[in-house]
Design a protein around this ligand. Structure first.
Ligand code: HDE
Length: 703
């Protein structure tokens, strides 16, 4: 506390949390006597200009909004730490990797890219995965995505790809979706986007939650050790709970039922003490590998398969604290790819270089002052000392006379330190010099081989989802030429993709393939790391079961399910005809978490039907109940049920359709049911639904 002045007040800001203050005041500290009525002349007269309380309150309200991010506007953040497993001093002098067990505080913000701030969490989109490490050497921002490649190879095309993806400029829609002409027009004219399109048409673009997705630094970076030796690195985040996505029809419905599905999931998990975790993985390689690798390691539309350079897990990220204030933290956090610490450095990836230019600009626009670095969420947790000064809202104002260097004052103020200070890696390879030109290196020319590799690395189920996604999105394009051009490009990935997409679109036949800058390699080996289903969880822990109950629900069965779920670290929610809850068969009251129409099955990873027999006719008459059951089936979920509740299957149109995903809880224990749920979905059902859903072609003469 600064020394008291004559008013007896300390020099520090004395803003108190609204919830803790006893009396309402203006920003100037004047206690307010009436916050219900403006000051006016007479009972029905005009408002008085001197009403400083009203003026200040409305003025402040009018200025609450700051510009949203031009991309990644919708996001959600949380605090936590990164814990290092072993010293990595052989590779880097970056502090977070210096000691075993060292914990570095972090703030992570997850986001979608295209939608505005108020858009739905379940948009088909790339997810941002940005981590600010508050290291003892200063802030390091690893501003990554949940997909390891990007649409474009050169940052100069970024405004174009984003304009094309966001709402169209004349009509201002569609919101948060790429299913429109502008997007597909652009990408079908940009062959370099082929690989990325495979990823965003896959279920990677509709994660079940942030907790179940991977993260990637995308670009090749450098680690630099104390001797100045550089090692290339690609960063990976691997979720401890395994990968999981929703299916597209489910995403569409979640967007209506709970547009905040992802942020709520993160908030709920952390506040319940179920802290999400990821392991940080590094792919480390040297110049020799870079030279012999089939693609250019500077090309951000390419991955390095894990089979070629294994991912070494070096530490864990734990998110253990939600924000106190969404605006102050999640909205004001400012990531910058240029924030690196000694021991981490850039490469010449042209996308990374462009990003390094962009992020400072965007923060100034958004936060309005170069002093955004002083906001608590952005301020380093190590000492900061320099001669930068003033500017809007300057809060860190050093006392004293010295504000330049060199100077001859005593004390002289901070000085540079060539030993511990950041030194750029003196990357001097010969292929980096030459005449100034605008060109794309020849080594970036293969656009389709890894797109094919991604496709062949997927399970049948996942391939079908990719095909369906292309068909869905392109079916939203008005222009047939755009659909056809896109299919022509997909022929370079393979006719096992282009063929079914063309058929799904009802194209008369396959167009000629687009000319490829370089003949695609067709037989790159499949990589298991690229499939979501091959990287699912070992258990159902961290997931949520929705249990449909009514008055008279079997008390013993309900108790058994709840106990089994708790033991397996699975969450449950009770869904009942009224939010007040139900009385079970023993006469005990069970409060509900959701009323039926507010708790559709799309919000759960598995469902259990425990309705009492006498209630099923009334339930069966409710569309929300029929949808609950029919959707759980259509989305291939595991469905636990008692014989009493089974009339609901008939009501949902599922008579006679039971399969291995239906588990009778009269015959099996709840523990057994939950163990089966670790498979997440009963995928064989997808094929049988597709078979029944195939519309037979009408033959000539038929009507
Ligand atoms: Fe970003 N990107 N980006 N980006 N990006 C922004 O900075 C940009 C790219 C990523 O939660 C902006 O603070 C350019 C790739 C994330 O606050 C802006 C290019 C990857 C976030 C910007 C890219 C990303 C951003 C907008 C092409 C994955 C959200 C708001 C060269 C590796 C961070 C902001 C948060 C945000 C520019 C491409 C990730 C405009 C020019 C590739 C996770 O500066």
């Amino acid at each position: 506390m600064a020394s008291s002045n004559e008013t007896g007040l300390g020099g520090e800001t004395h803003q108190v949390a609204a919830g803790n203050a006893s009396r309402l005041t203006t920003q100037q500290g004047i206690v307010i006597s009436d916050d219900q009525n403006t000051l006016r002349s007479g009972e029905r007269g005009p408002a008085a200009l001197e009403d400083f309380h009203f003026r200040e309150k409305i003025f402040h309200f009018d200025h609450e909004r700051i510009p949203e991010r031009v991309v990644h506007a919708r996001g959600y953040g949380a605090h936590g730490y990164f814990e290092n497993y072993e010293p990595l001093t052989e590779f880097t002098r970056a502090d977070p990797f210096s000691e075993a067990g060292l914990r570095t505080p972090v703030f992570v913000r997850f986001s979608t890219v295209a939608g505005n701030k108020g858009s739905t969490d379940l948009a088909r989109d790339v997810r941002g995965f940005a981590t600010k490490f508050y290291t003892r050497q200063g802030n390091w921002d690893l501003v990554g995505n949940n997909i390891p490649v990007f649409f474009i190879q050169d940052a100069i095309k970024f405004p174009d790809v984003i304009h094309a993806a966001k709402q169209e400029p004349d009509r201002g829609f569609p919101q948060a979706q790429t299913a429109h002409d502008n997007f597909w027009d652009f990408v079908s004219l940009m062959p370099e986007s082929a690989h990325m399109l495979m990823w965003i048409m896959s279920d990677r673009a509709i994660p079940r939650s942030f907790r179940f997705m991977e993260g990637f630094g995308v670009h090749t970076f450098r680690l630099v050790n104390a001797d100045g030796k550089s090692t290339f690195v690609k960063f990976h985040w691997k979720p401890k709970l395994g990968l999981q996505s929703v299916v597209w029809n489910e995403a569409l419905k979640i967007s209506g039922a709970d547009p905040d599905f992802h942020r709520r999931d993160l908030w709920d998990a952390i506040t319940a003490g179920d802290f999400p975790e990821w392991e940080l993985g590094l792919q480390l390689f040297d110049d020799d590998f870079a030279d012999r690798f089939a693609f250019d390691v500077l090309d951000p539309t390419k991955i390095i398969p894990e089979e070629e350079v294994p991912v070494r897990r070096v530490g864990r990220l734990v998110l253990d604290r939600v924000v106190d204030n969404f605006f102050a933290e999640t909205e004001q956090v400012a990531f910058c790819t240029q924030n690196v610490v000694p021991g981490i450095d850039f490469t010449n990836d042209p996308l990374l270089q462009g990003r390094n230019f962009s992020y400072l600009d965007t923060q100034l626009k958004r936060l309005g002052s170069p002093n955004f670095t002083q906001l608590p969420v952005n301020a380093p947790k190590c000492p900061v000392a320099n001669f930068q000064q003033d500017g809007h809202m300057a809060m860190a104002n050093p006392p004293g006379r010295v504000n330049y260097e060199p100077n001859s004052w005593d004390p002289p103020g901070p000085r540079e330190d060539p030993v511990t200070g950041f030194r750029s890696y003196p990357d001097g390879r010969g292929d980096q010099s030459g005449p100034k030109r605008r060109l794309r290196p020849e080594s970036f020319a293969d656009h389709y081989s890894q797109a094919r590799q991604f496709f062949v690395s997927q399970s049948e189920t996942e391939r079908q989802h990719i095909i369906d996604a292309f068909v869905f999105e392109l079916s939203k394009c008005d222009r047939e030429t755009i659909r056809t051009r896109m299919v022509a490009g997909l022929r370079n990935v393979g006719d096992d993709l282009a063929g079914p997409v063309a058929e799904g679109l009802g194209l008369p036949g396959l167009p000629d393939p687009l000319p490829a800058a370089r003949e695609p390699v067709r037989d790159l080996p499949a990589s298991a790391a690229l499939s979501i289903l091959a990287n699912g969880p070992d258990s159902f822990a961290g997931r949520k079961i929705g249990i449909l109950i009514t008055d008279g629900v079997d008390a013993a069965k309900l108790e058994e399910v709840k106990t089994a779920a708790e033991q397996a670290e699975v969450n449950v929610e009770l869904i009942a005809p009224a939010i007040g809850g139900v009385d079970d068969s023993e006469g005990n009251h069970a409060p509900a978490d959701q009323k039926i129409d507010g708790g559709p099955s799309v919000l759960f990873d598995a469902v259990i039907l425990l309705a009492a027999r006498h209630a099923t006719p009334a339930l069966a008459a409710q569309p929300a109940v029929r949808d609950f059951v029919a959707d759980a089936y259509a989305h291939c979920k595991f469905i636990g049920y008692t014989g009493d509740a089974s009339p609901l299957f008939e009501a949902a149109g599922l008579g006679g359709l039971t399969d291995g995903g239906f588990v009778s809880l009269d015959e099996h224990s709840a523990t057994d049911f939950i163990a089966r749920c670790a498979g997440l979905r009963f995928w064989p059902r997808q094929a049988s639904i597709a078979q029944r859903a195939a519309v037979p072609k009408a033959s000539a003469g038929q009507d």
